[in-house]
Design a protein around this ligand. Structure first.
Ligand code: F6R
Length: 612
């Protein structure tokens, strides 16, 4: 979703901000802009399209100045065009604002401001905020930081903002409520970012702003206060990300890099936690709350998108190994439907970014009902990671491609660890648990083998299927969520319509779609559901459907029935999603590339969905 970068220091801001905006591109956006303050006053340039279009627009004359803000906009109010792009500037041209989030009461405020004579050039809620700050400042004769603070108390909704003014070239203001912002602390220079990506090459020291906080930054230092003007002493954290991790490292796309990184990401997620020699799982982040989790009456998993799919795998895992009932909820539904949450329930949220607005609202909902709320996040220091009572980091490294890949497998690995730990004294003997933990530890090497064996085969399959208009993905048991995930991966990056179903549901409707133009991907591992899946394959083949099957390397019996059979190493049934999802990710990737799609930044999508 929209991205913010800000700089104050002694370097020229323009190039630094443009590079920062490039690093934020992965979040998804449709226009970009900059405001720089220097001797020439305040200069603003903004453009519909990509950061490179903005750079071209600037090539006629650079913006001199060592203070500035930049923005990538993902349209919410008003079409993506030059006028609606940020920054937005006050009527007198004195200050400029960039904003992420949505001002919900913008209509009421706009009406009042119009009555006072303010004119609006854009259709954005951000321009309303700019004029509100202006009016508050004028009316009470306030300084800019005071006016920003007072104006924000009148605003309902979510915001992450950064403000610069030609009247004070030594001042950068930023504030947040519901939309993440980080302050990067350098040596005599400071940075603002909506995430760490634009900061990592400049500093590793960061301050995470929390909701309702405002920071005023000068070259000599910074001060964080609450929106109610209480001074705060914020901790400075060390960033985990490195520059190499947020660059493509020789790959054509971040998505491919992240697919290929999965063996390492899984090893990182398991390091020190999965201990096959001792037959133990150690999860330090859950240590304090373990007894409560172990004794929970019910576990509710809430998440969105791909994280919701890994939550479904989690349901199968946790119910199988702990016999604790698990419910999996779309966070967006959970937050609005007055769910029954009891004190002995544990709510577990999954979020790669740790910033998804609906998932964060589920956390707050759970906590307000007195339930323990645990988070499984990838981004260290993210809002969900900070607001949950305890949790486990994925340690999968930055995920830049909009389509989630390594976060899914890392989430499933962490859920497997939790489930196996919960099995103690319940469903598995010590010897069985040790064997299962050993199998989990072997997964990264098996993923390496899948990647080695299947990439070329999937590339040639993609040649055949790239013109398809529809796809079906079918699986049972642990592989039903993988079918959903395979369909989501294909539709989001290749724009081919795809549906995932439990294989048995096919005959309750989707079978009507089957003809020779319908590719059907079956997850047909030789597990407890195999015979039933085989019958479903026969049903599709009998209707001329074009079957692609993912199965075990030893299995030769599908060749006659299927157009393509992709064989992957065997593993225990509960671990198979960690392997079966890999070919589906690669198939989507190759089809999208062949269709000329923008793989890392698919149309209309944002990496981190910080609006409801
Ligand atoms: C799909 C995808 C999205 C995210 C969803 C939740 O590839 O990336 O469906 O999974 O927006 O995001 P997080 O996990 O950051 O809460």
């Amino acid at each position: 979703m929209c991205g913010i970068v800000g700089y104050i220091g002694d370097k020229q801001a323009e190039d630094l901000l443009l590079t920062g905006l490039k690093r934020l591109e992965y979040r998804g956006y449709d226009s970009a802009g900059l405001a720089v303050v220097g001797n020439g006053g305040l200069r603003v340039e903004k453009k519909e399209g990509k950061v490179d279009d903005l750079r071209k627009a600037l090539s006629n004359g650079s913006m001199e100045g060592t203070l500035g803000v930049g923005h990538t906009r993902w349209a919410t109010h008003g079409a993506p065009n030059d006028v609606n792009a940020h920054p937005h500037v006050s009527s007198d041209g004195a200050f400029a604002v960039v904003h992420n989030g949505i001002i919900e009461n913008h209509g009421v405020i706009k009406k009042k401001l119009k009555e006072k004579g303010y004119q609006f050039d854009s259709e954005t809620d951000t321009e309303v905020l700019v004029h509100l700050i202006e009016e508050v400042k004028r009316e009470a004769n306030l300084s800019l930081p005071e006016a920003v603070q007072q104006a924000l108390t009148q605003v309902v909704g979510a915001y992450g903002i950064a403000v610069v003014s030609r009247e004070d070239p030594d001042l950068l203001i930023a504030a947040r409520k519901g939309s993440p912002l980080i302050l990067g602390v350098g040596d005599g220079e400071y940075f603002i970012g909506s995430d760490a990506a634009p900061l990592v090459e400049h500093t590793r020291k960061v301050v995470y702003l929390s909701d309702g906080e405002i920071v005023t930054v000068r070259r000599s230092g910074y001060q964080v206060r609450t929106i109610d003007d209480e001074p705060l002493d914020k901790e400075v954290h060390e960033l985990e990300w490195s520059l190499g991790e947020i660059e493509k490292g020789g790959y054509d796309h971040f998505m491919l890099k992240e697919i290929m990184e999965q063996p390492d990401a899984l090893e990182d997620a398991m390091r020190g936690r999965v201990r096959p020699a001792e037959g133990e799982i150690v999860l330090g982040g859950l240590h304090q709350v373990w007894d409560q989790l172990r004794d929970a009456d019910r576990i509710i998993i809430a998440a969105c998108g791909t994280s919701w799919h890994s939550g479904l795998v989690g349901e199968y895992l946790i119910e199988t190994f702990s016999r604790i009932p698990v419910e999996v909820e779309y966070a967006s539904e959970f937050r609005y439907r007055d769910p029954i949450i009891r004190e002995d329930d544990v709510v577990l949220v999954l979020s790669q970014s740790g910033e998804t607005a609906d998932t964060l609202a589920a956390v707050r909902q759970a906590q307000s009902r007195g339930a323990l709320c645990l988070g499984i996040c990838n981004v260290v220091g993210s809002t969900i990671a900070r607001e949950t009572d305890a949790g486990v980091y994925l340690h999968a490294g930055p995920e830049i491609g909009v389509a989630s890949t390594k976060a899914f497998t890392a989430q499933v690995a962490v859920l497997s660890m939790i489930a196996l730990k919960l099995s103690k004294g319940r469903t598995l003997s010590d010897a069985e648990r040790k064997e299962h933990i050993q199998a989990l530890a072997e997964v990264p090497d098996k993923v390496r083998a899948v990647l080695r064996q299947s990439d070329d085969a999937l590339e040639s399959m993609a040649q055949v299927y790239r013109y398809a208009s529809n796809f079906l993905y079918l699986g049972r048991g642990y592989n039903f969520p993988v079918a959903l995930e395979g369909a989501l991966k294909l539709k989001e990056i290749s724009y081919i319509h795809a549906e995932g179903y439990p294989a048995a549901e096919m005959k309750h409707g989707p079978i009507a779609l089957i003809d020779r133009f319908m590719p059907v991907v079956f997850l047909a591992m030789k597990d407890s559901t195999y015979d039933k899946v085989l019958s479903n394959i026969e049903e599709v083949a009998a209707r001329d459907g074009s079957v692609i099957a993912i199965t075990d390397e030893e299995n030769g019996e599908l060749d006659e029935l299927c157009e393509y059979v992709l064989r992957i190493p065997q593993t225990k049934e509960f671990l198979s999603p960690l392997l079966t999802v890999i070919p589906l990710q690669l198939l989507s990737y190759h089809i999208a590339v062949m269709r000329g799609c923008h793989v890392d930044q698919p149309r209309n999508l944002a990496k981190s969905v910080t609006v409801e």
